[in-house]
Design a binder for this molecule. Structure first.
Ligand code: PEP
Ligand code: MG
Length: 554
């Protein structure tokens, strides 16, 4: 609920998707500007002034960011200061267009030229779109769109964030609050990867006033407005103390009576391993999402480039499970040039891309084998979105022929879970992706905020599929891990261990709490919890949700 001034007058509740607490002032991410109809736009700046304002702002951010991020911002500032772009827009103004439309048209022409040039240049198209939005907003006198960087710690409030936005967040972001987004969206996953408390599907969040002091609880999903500065300081101190306490947790995953459950990391690149210190007790990498290296790319990553990226990971950690490219729906890889589909989550995605572009998997498998050879390591390699034993067999044959020693598949489709035993006859291990397995089991879009109860990984139907896989693994004597977001939930960890799962793979920040949860239960107690959860009597955390504030969440 909002008062007349647009400020939220009470607490809000969304879905807590990345645990932790934080407090600080709200900074809102402005939406891209909407062009008014030609001839009606009120301009506050000329083309030259608008572009100069954008370049100045980016320069200032570059100076604050420094390092690699600073270089990227510096390059963007130079693009905004390009005299050819300015002259093209000024010529259009002379022909009668207002500054906003002139900039829009000039950027469009520039963009076409870049895309036509292909390769590296085509990849800059997204940067140009960002500049176009900034320049148009500048001349119309609207707030600057894109991820804000006010130069002080803040709670970022947005309608939604793209994975690229989340990846580009500055270190000043204390927490994320979005009106849209679901519990297994990639925004949630990336927030967890960075250890940022995050609340998504928080209706009314955009009503939080700029600068309002708020507290965010990324576990319960609560967002409380109207704090005093003293309360902000207290919450920050408590959150820091809790982080320090958990960061002292060490050692391999064990139940109270010593039953091992490997604790592994989910990563997107070698950079995650530098930040997410393996010394904190992770026993390896359980999911290396290789597609995150190439999100948004328009040119196909070549063999050498891939070898370098994979070798960097293998050097940092010799025990890695690599997932081959998982493109489609929420993970766009434009270089694959996949056809538009009416129902992309049910179409050509994951391993199915191989039906259209077999050379992509061949190059990736060859690059992985070469990176393993060059680093003297033996990574495991698995395929996403496998649905049948025949697909698993074909993938295993290709991977082994390329020189990969340990081959597995992800279980993300209910059909694959039902055939876990047959699939395990073809491969060396299974890794259960509960995010997609939940989506496909419940026919509920994983990004849909209104269906969070169905996407609750404690749903007994989902757990029964996990049990099928774990029991097939026990019979075959082969490992069965979980690498979906359920693995990082301390409330579920003992249940998954009780079902017979042999490893849990998660973001580094989730690891200490999961380790503590396992250590707090004997294997027998885990099995008892699992029995209750399978029956649906326990741990079904959310009842049917309503579409409004205050709805239940995981
Ligand atoms: C999953 O689906 O659970 C999974 C781990 O893969 P992703 O979230 O990358 O689709
Ligand atoms: Mg998946």
């Amino acid at each position: 609920m909002t008062d007349v001034a647009g400020a939220v007058d009470r607490g809000l509740r969304g879905l807590g998707v990345s645990p932790g607490r934080a407090a600080g002032p709200v900074v809102r991410m402005a939406a891209p500007p909407v062009l008014p109809p030609p001839g009606t736009a009120h301009s506050e700046r000329t083309v030259g002034e608008g572009l100069a304002a954008v370049a100045d702002e980016l320069e200032a951010r570059a100076a604050r960011a420094g390092g690699a991020a600073g270089e990227i911002l510096e390059a963007q500032a130079m693009m905004a200061a390009d005299p050819m772009l300015r002259e093209a827009a000024e010529d259009l103004v002379k022909e009668g267009l207002d500054p906003a439309h002139a900039l829009d048209a000039a950027f469009a022409t520039h963009r076409e030229a870049l895309v036509a040039a292909g390769g590296y240049f085509a990849e800059r198209a997204a940067d140009l779109d960002d500049l176009r939005n900034r320049a148009v907003a500048a001349v119309l006198g609207l707030p600057m769109p894109g991820v804000p960087d006010p130069g002080h710690p803040f709670v970022l409030v947005a309608e939604d964030l793209s994975p690229a936005d989340t990846a580009g967040l500055s270190g000043d972001v204390l927490a994320l609050v979005t009106e849209k987004g679901g519990p297994t969206s990639h925004t949630a996953i990336l927030a967890r990867g960075r250890g940022l408390p995050a609340v998504v599907a928080c209706e009314g969040a955009l009503g939080l006033a700029e600068g309002a002091l708020v507290a965010v609880d990324g576990g319960s999903g609560e967002v409380v407005a109207g704090l005093e500065p003293g309360e902000v300081a207290r919450i920050q101190a408590e959150a820091a103390a809790e982080r320090t306490r958990l960061s002292g947790s060490r050692g391999p995953g064990r139940t109270a009576d010593g039953h091992p459950v490997k604790l592994l990391l989910n990563i997107g690149s070698a950079a995650d391993l530098e930040v997410e210190d393996l010394g904190a007790g992770a026993e390896g990498v359980g999911l290396f999402r290789t597609e995150l290296l190439y999100l948004g790319r328009r040119s196909t990553p070549g063999f050498d480039e891939q070898v370098a990226a994979y070798a960097a990971v293998f050097r940092a950690c010799p025990d890695v499970v690599v997932r081959t490219l998982d493109a489609g729906t929420d993970k766009p890889l434009p270089f694959l040039d996949l056809p538009d589909e009416p129902n992309p989550a049910l179409g050509i995605r994951g391993l199915r891309v191989d039906r259209l572009r077999p050379e992509v998997l061949d190059t990736q498998l060859a690059a992985l084998a070469e990176a393993a050879r060059a680093t003297g390591t033996e990574p495991s390699v698995m395929a996403p979105m496998v649905a049948t034993a025949a697909e698993a067999a074909a993938f295993a044959e290709r991977a082994r022929a390329a020189g990969i020693a340990r081959v597995g598949v992800m279980i993300e489709v209910p059909a694959a879970a039902l055939l876990a035993a047959e699939i395990l006859a073809e491969v060396d291990f299974l890794s259960i992706g509960t995010n997609d397995l939940g989506q496909y089991t419940f026919a509920a879009d994983r990004q849909h905020p209104g269906l969070a109860d169905l996407l609750d990984p404690a749903q007994p139907a989902l757990l029964r599929l996990v049990e099928l896989c774990a029991s097939a693994g026990r019979t075959a004597g082969k490992p069965v891990g979980v690498c979906g977001e359920a693995a990082g939930d301390p409330r579920l960890a003992p249940i998954l261990a009780g079902l017979g799962v042999t490893s849990l793979s998660m973001s580094a920040v989730a690891l200490p709490a999961v380790r503590e949860a396992l250590a707090g239960h004997t294997l027998e107690a885990c099995q008892e919890l699992a029995r209750e959860a399978l029956s649906g009597r326990r741990y079904q955390r959310s009842a049917v949700v309503t579409c409004g504030p205050g709805r239940g969440g995981p």
